[in-house]
Design a protein around this ligand. Structure first.
Ligand code: SAH
Length: 230
């Protein structure tokens, strides 16, 4: 009979591997807790998402290191501390509807999906193959995220207004106006923006904008490095 799982059998080893991965994920979260000033709510979302499912098979052993990883098409999944910091700055309420620009592999979208009601994350990805893969992956893992291929400046205009938006790619100037316009008054935008050539090293500043009726309030959260926005 094939329902007896001897040691090392396929069915028998999977839960073990899952436990190892969960332990690695817990260790990562503990390290982030020590290092960053982020909420327990953000950390529990990081702990809930199986990052190893979002990285290429060959990178799985490194899935719980606090490092960015390549995901193909010259793109990268951000390091966990960056996802934690941006998620904390975005600070989504349960009922919020959130726009992500730059789905990549879908990892950050899944972290946000842990914090809001099902169906409230809308994510645009410029590279059609990445969008298709992320859509399948998120659905398989049970995340109700709407992924569209296209330019994040306009892909979800029909779903606006959003309570918050975030960019995981860096625009060449400030946050594009069409994105700010899709966020309601009082809502937030978290994004890497051009540092105006000040550092001249291809880096950016992470900013949080709060949308006001007559403009935006702006906070600077330090130097970062993201892939360019198309
Ligand atoms: N949040 C992602 C990180 C992806 S890297 C993750 O968790 O994996 C940034 C992504 O932004 C890349 O996949 C890139 O193709 C995408 N991108 C670049 N310009 C874009 C644009 N104008 N609209 C939508 N996506 C864009």
């Amino acid at each position: 009979m094939d329902d007896t799982n001897g040691p090392g059998s396929r069915d028998g080893s999977e839960p073990e591997e899952r436990q190892d991965l969960a332990a690695a994920r817990r260790e990562l979260v503990n390290a982030l807790r020590e290092r960053l000033d982020v909420s327990e709510r953000t950390l529990s979302a990081i702990e809930a998402v199986p990052r190893h499912e979002f990285v290429p098979e060959s990178r799985r052993p490194r899935a719980y290191a606090d490092r960015p990883l390549p995901i193909g098409h010259d793109q990268t999944i951000s390091a966990p501390h960056m996802v934690a910091m941006m998620t904390d700055l975005l600070d989504p309420d349960r009922g919020d509807r959130i726009l992500e620009v730059g789905t990549g592999c879908g990892y950050h979208a899944a972290v946000i999906a842990e914090l809001v009601e099902p169906g409230n994350v809308f994510s645009a990805e410029y590279v059609p193959e990445l969008a298709a893969d992320a859509r399948d992956r998120l659905a398989r893992l049970g995340y109700d995220v709407t992924v569209r291929a296209g330019d994040g400046r306009e892909a979800f205009c029909d779903e606006a207004p959003f309570d918050a938006a975030f960019l995981t790619c860096a625009p060449s100037g400030d946050v594009p106006e069409p994105i700010v316009e899709q966020v309601r008054t009082g809502g937030r935008v978290v994004a890497p923006v051009d540092d105006g050539g000040f550092l001249d090293r291809g880096g950016q500043r992470l900013v949080r904008l709060t949308v006001r009726e007559d403009g935006v309030d702006r906070e600077d959260h330090g130097g970062v490095r993201f892939v360019p926005m198309q």
